[in-house]
Ligand binder design. Structure first.
Ligand code: V0D
Length: 233
């Protein structure tokens, strides 16, 4: 077993392109992407990862065609109807980061229900970034700091350390490794603050095609780099 990483983040890219390559609709790629979320989450749990954060829906994704967005909105319900039982058995806790307000009521209900049902689980935390944007998160954190100063609950000057208390990831360990699938080498507004010192690993493989074996290899690459450069940067 690979020695464990505390916090791994993944940009699950390439679903639409993977589908188009086989003359299928983009939604076909999203459907297979959901299956892969289950497979990789279980593998991460087996590897002893404490927190796995998945970029499921960015603030930019609203610009996609309406019917694609409508399809995506149904995926959390599909995911939990198939896998909530297994998540409970594996003691996995579900959480989200991002602003859930713009999601349809039913999607919100499904998410809140899964978060509530798994809230007493003590194993791996599976965090879905939903309508998440890194710059928005930092601006919102600055606003929270400002309110805390105004209401008197914050008396200390702002530092990098206490600023983290206003981020949506405040309860999670630092991100050790961020993986992006499907060839692009960009952060695309994902976890901007949190990835400042993280290892970044990229693979050409599209998300629906990422195997557990390759995932484990990517973890090893991240871990070996962390070991080599840890504390020296
Ligand atoms: C499509 C690849 C699982 C990325 C994975 C609403 C694009 C499949 C979820 C999910 C999506 C989200 C929250 C949750 C449980 C499951 C998901 C979206 C897209 C956007 F609590 N896969 N998945 N959500 N895709």
């Amino acid at each position: 077993m690979t020695p464990s990483l505390n916090h791994v983040a993944i940009i699950m890219d390439g679903n639409g392109r993977w589908a188009k390559k086989q003359n299928q609709e983009r939604t076909f790629g999203h459907f297979h992407g959901v299956e892969k979320v289950r497979e990789i989450s279980m593998a991460a749990n087996d590897e002893g990862i404490k927190v796995l954060t998945l970029y499921a829906f960015s603030t930019e994704n609203w610009k996609r065609p309406l019917q694609e967005v409508e399809y995506l909105m149904q995926l959390p319900a599909m995911f939990f109807s198939k896998y909530l039982k297994e998540l409970m058995e594996k003691n996995i806790r579900i959480e989200t980061i991002g602003d859930l307000a713009p999601f349809p009521d039913n999607t919100k209900k499904v998410l809140m229900n899964a978060i509530e049902e798994t809230s007493h689980n003590t194993g791996m935390i599976l965090v879905f970034a939903m309508n998440y944007g890194g710059r928005t998160e930092i601006v919102e954190a600055a606003k929270k700091y400002q309110s805390a100063v105004m209401n008197g609950s914050m008396k200390d000057p702002l530092t990098e350390i206490n600023f983290e208390q206003f981020l949506m990831t405040k309860d999670y360990p630092p991100v050790d490794l961020c993986i992006r699938t499907s060839g692009e080498q960009r952060l695309s507004n994902f976890l901007l603050w949190q990835l400042a010192y993280s290892e970044l690993v990229f693979t050409m493989t599209a998300w629906p095609e990422l195997s557990v074996e390759e995932f484990r290899d990517l973890l090893k690459v991240g871990l070996s780099r962390e070991r080599r450069f840890g504390g020296l940067v």
